[in-house]
Ligand binder design. Structure first.
Ligand code: NAD
Length: 325
């Protein structure tokens, strides 16, 4: 079986490639333009006989059609991600997230090739009605606040996927990721845990945006990858949108304190107003917590790796990297 992973050089995509290599006999095509992905993520994979890395752009229709045509299933993870990048490059981000997805779905519909589409808990927007279930209403801010363009694009992606399922019988499963974290994630684009860990290991102040009472639910990438694979390979998940997350929210203040403890750091925790970190129109959702009953009903399990184990994995990776330098 030939499997295509778009965004295969990225954080989740490279872990998914590891999983496919270890757990299946698939030949794996990885498509990435390395805009946010790192070559280091796949350096251990590119020499494998069963892996081929293609440097290309998901907005390039010809490239995508060629790769999808030669694939038996597709995990579509390539996207412009990270609040900072969305705010800094809104046009390019939207093109990637809209045109890229349409290219993948359109090519897959030709032969009915199964697709997994990576979506996001950003879609729930500013809703405070936690935990968030897939059928809940979404509350997004104005289009002038650029961060919401990511949620809007992912929502259109989901609607497109469901339309391809209904009108063209495309087997497509949509997974809404809730703060997936783990080794290889970079803090460069505004991801909180790698940023805190790097700050703590350097004994620099941990920068909490806002008052730190906002909550997030963190999910280990190993759990997310397994759920991703199982959703695509479970026919009951086709034509469905399913939350992928661990239902244990933590405040950002508590997260910062735990990172300082686990790294034995001398860092202080400081609070930075959102307007200083981004711009004055910036809005940040207060709460994020998945309702995992649909995931549980579909797969029979849900992610449960606890936060300490997640943090320890990330801290170990960073510490080893420093020792190796
Ligand atoms: P990532 O940035 O590591 O992965 C995205 C990958 O897509 C990168 O390798 C990047 O280089 C690649 N890419 C971007 N534009 C491209 C283009 N035009 N052509 C080809 N490749 C391109 O981030 P990630 O966290 O691994 O995200 C993977 C997917 O999961 C994305 O679709 C993202 O929206 C979604 N997601 C992630 C999270 C999370 O917590 N990590 C949460 C919600 C949704």
């Amino acid at each position: 079986m030939q499997t295509l992973v778009t965004g295969g050089g990225g954080f989740i995509g490279s872990h998914l490639a590891d999983f496919l290599l270890d757990e299946t006999g698939d030949s794996i095509l990885l498509l990435d333009d390395f805009s946010t992905g790192q070559r280091d993520n796949v350096a251990h994979l590119v020499d494998q006989d069963r892996v081929e890395l293609i440097e290309g752009d998901v907005t390039d229709d010809e490239t995508v059609t060629e790769l999808v045509t030669h694939s038996d299933r597709v995990f579509h993870l390539a996207a412009a991600v990270g609040v900072q990048r969305i705010v800094d490059q809104p046009l390019q981000s939207m093109r990637t997230n809209l045109v890229g997805t349409e290219n993948v779905l359109d090519a897959a519909a030709e032969d009915g090739t199964p697709v997994f589409l990576a979506s996001s808990s950003e879609l729930y927007g500013k809703s405070e009605d936690v935990p968030f279930a897939e059928s809940d209403d979404r509350i997004l801010g104005p289009t002038s606040a650029l961060r919401w363009s990511y949620a809007s694009a992912k929502a259109i992606d989901e609607s497109l996927a469901l339309a391809y399922h209904r009108d063209r019988d495309l087997p497509v499963a949509v997974g809404r990721y809730f703060n997936i974290v783990g080794p290889r994630q970079t803090g460069q684009y505004g991801m909180v845990i790698p940023t805190f860990v790097e700050q703590a290991l350097d004994d620099k102040p941990l920068t909490v945006y806002g008052d730190g009472t906002q909550t997030r639910s963190f999910t280990h990438v190993a759990d997310a990858v397994e759920a991703t694979y199982e959703l695509l390979t479970t026919p009951a998940a086709h034509g469905e949108v399913v939350n992928i997350g661990a239902p244990e929210p933590t405040t950002i203040n508590a997260l910062a304190e735990r990172v300082v403890e686990l790294t034995n750091s001398n860092s202080e925790i400081t609070h930075v107003p959102y307007e200083e970190a981004y711009d004055e129109d910036f809005e940040e959702p207060q709460q994020r917590e998945p309702d995992v009953s649909k995931l549980e009903a579909t797969l029979g399990w849900h992610p449960s790796t606890d936060l300490d184990r997640i943090l320890e994995d990330i801290i170990d990776e960073r510490t080893e990297a420093v020792v190796a330098e």
